[in-house]
Design a protein around this ligand. Structure first.
Ligand SMILES: [Zn+2]
Ligand SMILES: [Zn+2]
Length: 52
């Protein structure tokens, strides 16, 4: 798995869905969650999964 692919599995600290479930093509503050009825408006990486 490449670092970029792994990045898509980082969970969102707001809704717990993965980064790949969010609108990653949008700007940083507009990466809304695309899962069904999820109300998350911005992807916020969970620090536990964001080791850099
Ligand atoms: Zn979500
Ligand atoms: Zn989210």
């Amino acid at each position: 798995m490449t670092a970029e692919e792994y990045d898509m599995f980082i969970k969102c600290s707001q809704c717990r869905h993965q980064k790949g479930d969010h609108d990653t093509a949008a700007k940083d503050d507009k990466k809304k969650c695309l899962i069904g009825n999820c109300k998350c408006k911005t992807f916020v990486p969970d620090r536990k999964y964001h080791k850099k």
